[in-house]
Design a protein around this ligand. Structure first.
Ligand code: GLY
Length: 424
């Protein structure tokens, strides 16, 4: 089989790495890919949002399955475009991807499905949004309704901060058209976890749980990032809690989507808050998480390609994937300054030594290869994943490998997996 992976980050490297292990696969392409992905796949210089060019490429190379990493092409309708050309593709169509692409659609859907979510209101008029906020108790969550590359969410600690967020979103249009409408939500207190499932429109197959460290600094301080590291599994998500999340949150949503003519096919990612009153839905994403994929896929023993094919062909009910018991920890090495401005093109040393450590896999997130060397090419540069029998051992292995790597201004959190190690 020939597979095309769309995207260029650590998630896509993990997808290519796992897909390359399938005996069914003879060739992988990645558009546009990155320096490290080039070791698993032939990188092709096509933008993830250039649907026409991606479709042309898939036709020209007779690609058997395209796997989409990031949300932007999914929300823009890459699946609809490929299917209309008779091309096989893994991911939700544009109507189903609204679970991530439109916060109001997602909230209204889960409300109709009877899922325990958050109290929320949707506003097209800034004056009405301001009036509403005056009657709320902080913290208050203010979200740009549309897709804003993960940046359109503000957790306002005071009513004044919430008013400021409305101004920036709806009046200053900091997030462009994504902020024409805002969703104002209740803030949910509790530990967060990521539950991803394969879904073929009807059947649901959960992946192993994971937990992401979103803030840039140790101790969960500083601005939000795409994710500075993660671990899998999650001590507080045992089989009973996972079943509760699937049966009370994910399944009712998936069933309603199908009933309403928007069957969800692909990876559905539920961001969950474990509150005192039980698991509550924070948000849905329409894709694999990043960096979560970098701990989830290394724990998958089964063939990922079989699972992807079963998903797109409506045969998930036949699948029983195997996962290893080992704990997985991923530490993200970032460019100093990320998530604000940072420099690139710094030479990276120690990659071979780090990758040679037992139980360690390196996923490149933002690198490029020049000659025989790798250079930084993004905010998140590398994901260093380690597996071992306990969280502590996996964490120590990951940090040992991180210690081998160096580039100018390299930054990483030093407390990834601390919550899990403390819990066990
Ligand atoms: N790590 C969070 C995300 O993928 O959205």
């Amino acid at each position: 089989m020939k597979i095309l992976v769309v995207g260029s980050g650590g998630r896509e490297h993990a997808l290519c790495w796992k897909i390359a292990q399938s005996p069914m696969v003879e060739k992988i392409y990645c558009a546009p890919g990155n320096g490290g992905i080039a070791a698993e796949a032939e990188c092709v210089d096509i933008d993830v949002i250039d649907l026409e060019a991606l479709g042309d490429f898939a036709e020209e190379k007779a690609i058997d399955l395209t796997v989409v990493g990031p949300e932007r092409p999914l929300i823009a309708g890459i699946v609809d475009h490929f299917l209309s050309r008779g091309l096989s593709i893994y991911g939700p169509n544009a109507a189903a991807a609204r679970l991530e692409g439109s916060k109001s659609f997602a909230n209204e859907t889960v409300e109709r499905a009877g899922v325990a979510g958050k109290r929320f209101e949707v506003f097209d008029d800034p004056d009405e949004a301001r009036d509403y906020v005056h009657d709320q108790v902080a913290p208050i969550v203010v979200k740009a309704d549309g897709e804003a590359a993960g940046k359109g969410v503000v957790i306002a600690e005071t009513v004044d901060d919430a008013l400021d967020a409305i101004e920036r979103c709806m009046v200053d249009r900091e997030f462009g058209p994504a902020g024409e409408r805002v969703v104002i939500e209740e803030f949910l207190e509790g530990e967060e976890c990521s539950i991803k499932v394969f879904c073929d429109g009807e059947s649901i197959l959960p992946m192993v749980p994971s937990q992401d460290y979103k803030r840039v600094y140790d101790g969960d301080e500083g601005p939000n990032t795409g994710g500075m590291g993660c671990h899998s599994p999650v001590p507080s998500v045992d089989d009973a809690v996972l079943e509760q999340i699937i049966e009370q949150i994910v399944r009712p949503t998936v069933s309603l989507m199908a009933e309403e003519g928007n069957p969800y096919v692909g990876t559905l990612y539920a961001g969950i808050i474990l509150t005192e009153d039980g698991p509550r839905l924070l948000e849905y994403n329409c894709r694999f998480g990043d960096p979560e994929t970098q701990v989830v896929l290394p724990r998958l023993e089964s063939d990922l390609v079989e699972l992807l094919l079963a998903t797109v062909n409506g045969r998930l009910h036949e699948m029983q994937p195997r996962w290893v018991d080992d704990r997985a920890v991923c530490v993200v090495c970032a460019s100093g300054g990320y998530p604000a401005s940072y420099e690139t093109e710094k030479r990276i040393s120690g990659l071979k030594e780090a990758a040679a450590e037992d139980g360690v896999v390196l996923f490149h997130a933002g690198t490029k290869q020049m000659g025989r060397s790798y250079f930084t090419d993004g905010g998140r540069v590398l994901g260093v994943t380690a597996l071992d029998a306990t969280y502590r051992q996996a964490r120590d292995r990951a940090y040992h490998a991180v210690g081998r790597i160096d580039f100018e201004n390299m930054y990483f959190r030093t407390d990834i997996a601390e919550r899990a190690v403390g819990g066990h």
